[in-house]
Design a protein around this ligand. Structure first.
Ligand code: SAH
Length: 438
């Protein structure tokens, strides 16, 4: 009956078969249940099993839709590799001479994209003869991306004559193992937690990487309308086809549960709120940041979260990118699966969520430019340039500028660290360090 009803609702309308499905699936859902929350739309657009943006295509680099720092330059990834080694030593997983102890070097990476960061990190570890005793865990929702990551990582390990064998796949975790390394791909962070930290399971300290992961997590949008907070939902226009934002009829459950305006806004801010003001909140980001802090407090380690954003909430930061171009705001809802969706990261919310956990410290946020300079990007650039021809030297120099200069990616992107209070001052996050802007 339901199927017939759905089919009838489309009779007489022309359906573009090529872009069919995802938008039609969303339309049907709305027709059946009423307007959906923006995070529900977001999940379908990026991660729908068949048609989701990350589930079916190469989205990175020249032929894709966007480029990230890890794809721009090996220098970026190498310095993260060095940070990992340095931090492993600082927390006692490597000894004073950077030699392994009896603890595993456990790295957990969220949303590894093409696997480039991870491959470069493993290359750095190989250069220091440290490709043993590594456990590298990955959280990746997309089967398509997971395959790409596995190809890249296994290719890198082959260069060191390491051939991890496919161990098993039970939908939630895929494992590759060798005498030296142990690689595990988890579809969701919950699966990682279940597998690695359940009762009786031993988990060594873990260093966590999240590069442009949090900006891919959905936000709820709330709007102040008619003297009350409402949620911006995704509904259908009168034509029954076009998706558009509509406001909930007054404060819905999410207004109370997620925004909770009475608590969220201070009395001074409340006085300034006016008709049409909006605010974005990502509950999933808070939950993950809090859980990472709990994990670190329990097993030791630290998290390095890198993304564009600031220490504040945003009102209108959602972006849809296709073929390196920002899409018109009105198109955001009508190209699900064909463009990337992202929102600026509210580092204040991540910090507050992490600091709810006892024994956790979050030092001052650093800009990407500052972090890379402190980690020695100029020295690395000089060494690479020494052995390079003129064309390569020029390329390296422009990569450096793109990553570090403030009019490029140097100040929009931030580095955030979460660590245990007892591992004070994790380099280069020195709390009262002067922030240098380039
Ligand atoms: N870190 C990479 C990729 C960033 S794009 C880089 O900087 O180049 C975001 C990545 O996160 C993709 O690999 C995407 O498939 C994955 N992803 C997006 N949402 C996710 C979710 N909810 N859970 C797990 N992985 C997700």
């Amino acid at each position: 009956m339901k199927l017939i009803k759905q089919f009838c609702s489309f009779v007489g309308k022309e359906i573009d078969i090529k872009q069919a499905s995802l938008i039609n699936i969303i339309r049907s859902e709305i027709a059946e249940k009423g307007a959906i929350s923006f995070p529900r739309f977001w999940h379908q657009a990026l991660l729908h099993e068949k048609f989701g943006y990350y589930m079916k295509q190469d989205v990175f680099n020249k032929d894709g839709d966007f480029v990230t720092s890890v794809e721009i330059s090996q220098m970026f990834n190498e310095l993260i590799g060095i940070w990992l080694l340095n931090t492993f030593q600082h927390i006692g997983v490597l000894d004073n001479n950077f030699r392994p102890t009896n603890q595993k070097m456990h790295i957990l990476e969220f949303g590894p994209g093409l696997g480039t960061l991870s491959s470069n990190v493993l290359r750095v570890f190989a250069q220091f003869n440290l490709l043993e005793n590594i456990q590298y865990s990955y959280v990746e929702y997309s089967d398509y991306m997971r395959k790409k990551q596995q190809e890249a990582v296994l290719k890198q390990l082959q260069k060191s004559n390491i051939y991890p064998k496919y161990e098993y796949n039970n939908q939630k975790v895929e494992k590759f193992e060798s005498a030296e390394v142990n690689l595990k791909w988890f579809k969701m962070y919950e699966h990682f937690l279940y597998e690695e930290t359940r009762e009786g399971q031993h988990c060594d300290p873990v260093l966590i990487l999240a590069h442009e992961f949090f900006d891919a997590l959905p936000v709820n949008i709330f709007e102040y309308s008619g003297g009350q907070w409402c949620e911006k939902l995704v509904g259908l226009d009168q034509d029954g086809k076009t998706l558009k934002f509509i406001l909930s009829n007054g404060p819905n459950q999410n207004v109370q549960k997620i925004l909770n305006p009475d608590k969220y806004f201070s009395p001074e801010i409340k006085k300034l709120i006016k008709e049409g003001d909006t605010i974005e909140i990502s509950p999933q980001s808070g939950v993950i940041a809090n859980s990472l802090a709990e994990l670190i407090a329990k097993v030791g380690g630290a998290a390095l979260i890198i993304d564009y954003g600031e220490k504040r909430a945003f009102s209108d930061s959602i972006r849809a990118i296709q073929r390196h171009k920002l899409m018109d705001k009105n198109d955001i809802l009508n190209k699900p699966g064909d463009c990337d969706l992202s929102a600026y990261v509210n580092f204040m919310a991540l910090e507050q969520a992490a600091l709810k956990v006892e024994g956790i410290k979050v030092p001052e946020l650093m800009t990407q430019g500052n972090w890379l300079e402190q980690m020695g990007i100029q020295a690395r650039l000089q060494i690479l340039c020494k052995n390079a021809n003129k064309a390569t030297e020029k390329r390296l120099q422009s990569e450096y500028e793109r990553l570090v200069h403030s009019n490029q990616m140097g100040s929009n992107f931030k580095f955030m660290c979460i660590h245990r209070t007892k591992n004070n001052n994790l380099f280069p996050f020195i709390q009262d360090a002067q922030q240098i802007y380039y």
